[in-house]
Design a protein around this ligand. Structure first.
Ligand code: ZN
Length: 346
């Protein structure tokens, strides 16, 4: 079961190197699949500098690689060598190998913030509405060999020069892990001088050097009115975050972050004319009903009301976390990139 369902494939097919198989025979008496050979973009054995061989059948991993020699194809040696020697491809592969062997995953949020900072320094658009003409996807397309890039990241075939291409540019602004790990690695490869420089930063406590939450809040305040005006709008809109975002001309995520920091939850649910969450919150705080009564009376799930109460108690929650310093460390590990290469070996 573990051998069948525990394997996570990084690319189609099963790759191996004949020289590695011979080494394994000498050392261990049998041959093993090498994880390095399965990494996207790897067509040359990094140990022997020879073109890799492959079989198209993914289930080949169940047997030893030596069993596949007779039915295998070989990557064109001249092509493999020229791609492998390309400086940016080297950076990409070095990063892939190092991150695949790291002992813990990287947190997506500081990685994204770091990439965004680097992109801004290059004059690259760091979000979809940016007026900067340079796009990260254009830089990637211009730096990597075309054929290699299309093999590693096939969606790039749909990329148009100068246009935002979310599958690559999204690594700078998407708040979920919707971009593939290859997209992150391509971005990191072109935004840093070398793989060594990037790895040195990732292996340090790099999130500490990024703008602090307090600094980001100060920056936010510059674009938003004072607290009293915000509360007036919140009351008038009955806690309607999307409406407030429109009124202040800022993104929903910006207003949400600010209102959450003030302990003001969104009381408006899409398509809910009766504003049941607002009624439930009022039952709890104003009419002093119990949590269960408040939710049932307003026909709201208890979990939904709890979410609202947690936002309302945000400042209290921060204080509680500070009383237990180890908790904040656990929180930092949340939202880690959920992908093979940024995870510890499994
Ligand atoms: Zn080899």
């Amino acid at each position: 079961m573990i051998r069948m369902s525990g394997t996570r494939l990084a690319r189609p097919g099963a790759y191996f190197c004949s020289a590695c198989i011979e080494d394994d025979w000498r050392k261990y008496g049998m041959s093993y699949w090498k994880r390095k050979h399965q990494l996207p973009g790897m067509y040359t054995c990094p140990m022997h500098a020879t073109a890799l061989q492959y079989v198209k059948d993914d289930s080949a991993f169940i047997e030893a690689p030596a069993r596949c020699i007779s039915s295998s194809h070989t990557v064109d040696p001249g092509w493999a060598r020229s791609q492998h020697d390309h400086a940016d491809v080297q950076n990409f592969l070095q990063l892939s190998v190092a991150l695949a062997s790291s002992s813990q995953p990287l947190d997506l949020r500081p990685v994204r913030a770091l990439l965004r900072e680097k992109a801004r320094a290059f004059g690259i658009a760091s979000h979809p509405k940016s007026t900067a003409k340079n796009k990260l996807s254009d830089l990637i397309a211009s730096r990597f060999p075309k054929q290699w890039l299309e093999a590693v990241f096939p969606p790039v075939l749909a990329k148009r020069q100068g246009q935002i291409f979310t599958q690559l540019d999204g690594v700078l602004y998407c708040s979920t892990c919707s971009s593939s790990i290859v997209a992150y690695l391509l971005g990191i490869s072109v935004l840093f001088c070398s793989a060594d420089q990037a790895l040195e930063i990732f292996q340090s406590d790099f999130s500490a050097s990024l703008p602090s939450v307090a600094r980001r809040r100060r920056q936010l305040k510059k674009t938003l009115p004072d607290a009293k005006t915000i509360i007036d709008h919140y009351i008038r809109s009955r806690g309607n975050h999307p409406q407030m975002a429109r009124e202040f001309g800022v993104s929903l995520s910006t207003i949400k972050a600010h209102l959450y920091s003030m302990g003001l939850p969104n009381l408006r649910r899409r398509g809910d004319k009766e504003q049941r969450v607002y009624v439930a919150a009022k039952n709890f705080y104003v009419h002093e009903m119990s949590l269960v009564e408040s939710a049932e009376n307003a026909n709201v799930e208890i979990a939904e009301l709890e979410r609202v109460l947690r936002v309302a108690g945000a400042n209290f929650s921060t204080v509680l976390t500070e009383m237990e310093p180890s908790t904040s460390m656990t929180m930092r590990l949340r939202g880690a990139v959920n992908n093979t290469y940024l995870r510890a070996p499994e």
